[in-house]
Design a protein around this ligand. Structure first.
Ligand SMILES: Cc1ncc(COP(=O)(O)O)c(C=O)c1O
Length: 374
């Protein structure tokens, strides 16, 4: 692989398309598919990911901020875009102007959106957020009907659906998820009896999409599995996924250290024997967590080389004693596949005491990205 920078993220758009098709195949015809591309598409790059998925057939995109919504519009993406975290009142004009759909959970936001709609002579599509047990954004179920009734003075707002988020869909024990599902389903029915059609009610993240079809309603809302990771690191996803992101570098220096030499800040690693140390120009400023100190490993020539000593801001040191012919300039794979060996985001996440989501966001945000499989 041609490396074009000291630390390089590569995004395989072919793998992204593959993952989308796997997930779409789990949904009944007629169920709409919202690809969660918030946080710069989990670090994979908002616009390239959105364009690829739009061409592949997704119906909707979900973003975290008005800026992300506007970036999609500026890139010519015409699909419906949902602002998953809602908007701030002062952002309403922009959201309405760009025809972004909005998750709604505050009366003052409804008023700000209504005012923006009046000014611009437009209507806005909103999705009412309900907290069925996530303990995060949203109205409590008992607040939904009164809130809807209060929207009578906001005739420019069209409530197209209810949205709720699952707290534990990735766990093997689905009892809490079933409770949330029951709560959500009965609320959707109650709201419909009250005269609101809410055709686009939605609940399903990746884990629920693949494991609990009853959560699909009118629209599914997966993120992580599009990017090739299971939702629960300890269990493989029930669909075949291809990793989308890889992260590579190259050996900057090779040196032989005698037994008893120390490596990196704080002298947390002492060599036990003559050691061939490879210095790699990646550090925590590249989103490669300092928690990987003395824990992580990289691939060189298809073999694992463990990290020795602390991860620095721009450098790590790895032990390549067992790698024949190790030389300066050799490709280093920190995430991804090399000659049949692989380091997964789940593995990196376990070493760094986090989840694959954070690994992708951190690496994607801090490094140049290139795209393959266009
Ligand atoms: C509101 C909302 N819906 C859907 C998702 C997608 O979840 P996942 O990436 O687990 O599929 C997220 C992700 O955090 C989210 O915040």
């Amino acid at each position: 692989m041609m490396i074009t920078s000291m630390a390089q993220v590569t995004v395989d758009l072919g793998a992204l398309r593959h993952n989308y098709r796997q997930l779409r195949a789990r949904c009944a015809p007629g169920v709409k598919f919202l690809a969660v591309v918030k946080a710069d598409a989990y670090g994979h790059g908002l616009v390239p990911v959105a364009r690829t998925l739009a061409a592949a057939g997704v119906d909707y995109l979900g973003v975290a901020s008005v800026e992300e919504g506007l970036a999609l519009r500026a890139a010519g993406v015409g699909l419906p875009v949902l602002l998953l975290m809602g908007v701030l009142p002062q952002e309403s004009e922009k959201a309405v102007g760009a025809e972004l759909e909005v998750v709604l959970f505050r009366r003052d936001l409804a008023e700000a959106l209504e005012a923006a709609c009046r000014t611009q002579g437009k209507r806005a599509r909103v999705h009412l957020k309900v907290d069925t047990g996530m303990g995060r954004l949203g109205l409590f179920p008992g607040e939904v009907l009164p809130f809807l009734a209060g929207l009578a003075d906001c005739p420019h707002l069209e409530v197209v659906g209810l949205i709720s988020h699952l707290a534990a869909a990735d766990e093997e024990d689905k009892s809490y998820t079933r409770k949330q599902l029951e709560e959500f389903a009965s609320l959707v029915a109650e709201v419909r009896r009250g005269g609101w059609a809410v055709p686009l009610s939605h609940l399903a993240n990746s884990a629920a999409l693949t494991e609990i079809p009853q959560t699909h309603f009118g629209l599914v809302r997966p993120g992580i599995m599009l990017y090739g990771s299971p939702a629960a690191p300890q269990r493989p996803a029930p669909v075949s996924l291809k990793p989308v992101m890889s992260f590579t570098s190259e050996v900057l220096q090779v040196k032989d250290l005698p037994p008893g030499a120390s490596v990196s800040y704080g002298r947390t690693y002492l060599t036990r024997e003559w050691t061939k140390l490879a210095v790699v120009p990646v550090g925590y400023c590249n989103g490669y967590s300092r928690l990987l100190s003395n824990r992580g490993a990289v691939l060189i020539k298809g073999r694992r080389a463990p990290i020795r000593g602390r991860v620095c801001m721009n450098l790590i040191m790895v032990d390549g004693t067992h790698i024949p012919g190790l030389e300066v300039g050799e490709a280093v794979t920190l995430l991804g596949e090399d000659q049949g060996s692989r380091i997964t985001a789940e593995e990196l996440a376990a070493w760094a005491q986090t989840i694959s989501y954070e690994i992708y966001c951190a690496l994607g945000a801090a490094n140049p990205r290139r795209y393959t499989g266009e």
